[in-house]
Write a protein that binds this ligand. Structure first.
Ligand code: GMT
Length: 375
């Protein structure tokens, strides 16, 4: 198949899913083209035969900001006319589903080539925080109705999509295909580092307010008190300064390290005792799954689709979203009980292998593409 994938070039989340999917499909012999306004970091560090198309518009005094999305749309159309795309797979409804639908519309006016089918994958805030805002909702609704297929990364996100956009969309029109992990790359013992003798918790995110990282640092401080323990924070974003201030105020000193944005995630996740996720919204929690594949159990807030990834009491502990005391108690219960942590870690690894293994999930997308082409 000739497959075009459009995504945001993000360090985590949908940028990772789109890049890993592109690489896996290319490995299986498909011709895969990835479109974005920059190279997604996960693709940049791979050597797979995916054709990357970076499209950036030109600035012009009339434009408030440079319209990269129009440049991406034009580039996809250009490629379709030259090579004939069977599928355009848009990751994150806005603006990519709209771009894909525009290409399909333009291509349907051409003679001699069938127009590509459009698959839209919903990732989270494209439905829960951004796409349902009054400023975008009509267009998100149109994207959901006009795509040839819509997928959501969790059952919870499918439910939220139907709740937020009840008209003209039924449950069968959204298919749940979960996120996935390469369990050969993310595995226990990844990297050469020995586990730290000091109990260590790790968190990876883009430090956006939805991740509630300042709340996480407070909870960690509550949990550990004066005991030796470490919190490793990976990634960067708007709330990082607030986290640093809290770490200073709570006298955490060298017990908290800010590592910034790193590619060596398996090597950072595998030696940790615990992964922490404190989000107020989370449709799936890909970073938690990557930790689980490394055999690292998770303490997370029970929001959105997190409960479909982390099983309370089996692969970690889920705690009510607004109960910092409960979150701190869960950290304390696991971080200082290495035996229990190791047992939950084993179960985490098994869950990642059995329910979210890369090849099995990629086959679901392939199957969906084939069904659409055969229609
Ligand atoms: O929706 C977002 O906030 C961005 C998105 C991303 O591109 O990083 O994250 C979402 O998609 C991820 C991949 O499917 C999920 O693992 C995250 O849970 C989800 N984030 C939220 O729902 C906040």
């Amino acid at each position: 198949m000739q497959i075009g994938i459009i995504c945001h070039p993000t360090y985590g989340g949908s940028g990772v899913v789109a890049s890993e999917l592109a690489l896996s499909l290319a490995d299986k012999g498909h011709q895969v083209h990835l479109f974005s306004h920059d190279v997604p970091p996960r693709l940049a560090r791979s050597c797979g035969p995916v054709e990357m198309h970076v499209a950036q518009g030109i600035p012009y005094p009339l434009f408030h900001s440079t319209p990269h999305d129009l440049a991406i749309t034009s580039r996809v159309l250009d490629l379709h006319r030259a090579r004939g795309l069977d599928i355009i797979h848009a990751h994150y409804a806005l603006p990519h589903a709209v771009s894909a639908l525009l290409v399909r519309q333009a291509a349907s006016m051409d003679v001699g080539r069938p127009a590509p089918r459009v698959v839209t994958t919903l990732h989270g805030t494209d439905i829960t925080l951004v796409g349902n805002d009054a400023s975008y909702a009509p267009l998100t609704h149109y994207a959901l109705r006009a795509s040839d297929a819509v997928t959501a990364v969790s059952e919870d996100l499918r439910r939220r999509s139907l709740e937020n956009f009840p008209c003209g969309i039924d449950i069968d029109s959204i298919e749940v295909i979960p996120n996935f992990v390469d369990v050969d790359v993310y595995h226990p013992g990844a990297g050469t580092g020995e586990p730290d003798p000091v109990p260590t918790a790790v968190h990876v995110s883009n430090f956006r307010p939805v991740k509630r990282t300042p709340w996480l640092v407070e909870a960690f401080a509550d949990a550990v008190g004066d005991r030796p323990a470490r919190l490793v924070l990976v990634g960067d974003g708007p709330d990082q300064d607030a986290c640093r201030n809290i770490a200073a105020r709570r006298n955490l000193g060298a017990r908290v390290s800010f590592l910034g944005t790193r590619d060596a995630l398996p090597e950072l996740l595998a030696p940790a005792d615990l992964f922490l996720l404190s989000s107020s919204e989370e449709s799936f929690g890909l970073s938690a799954l990557e930790a689980m594949a490394c055999g690292t159990p998770v303490v997370a807030t029970a929001v959105g689709g997190v409960g479909e990834v982390v099983e309370d009491g089996v692969t970690g502990i889920l705690s009510p979203a607004d109960d910092r005391e409960a979150f701190a108690a869960a950290i304390s219960a696991l971080l200082f009980d290495r035996e229990r942590c190791a047992a939950l870690g084993k179960a985490s690894r098994r869950a990642a292998q059995q329910r979210f293994e890369r090849r099995a999930v990629v086959a679901c997308y392939e199957d969906l593409y084939r069904r659409l082409i055969a229609r």
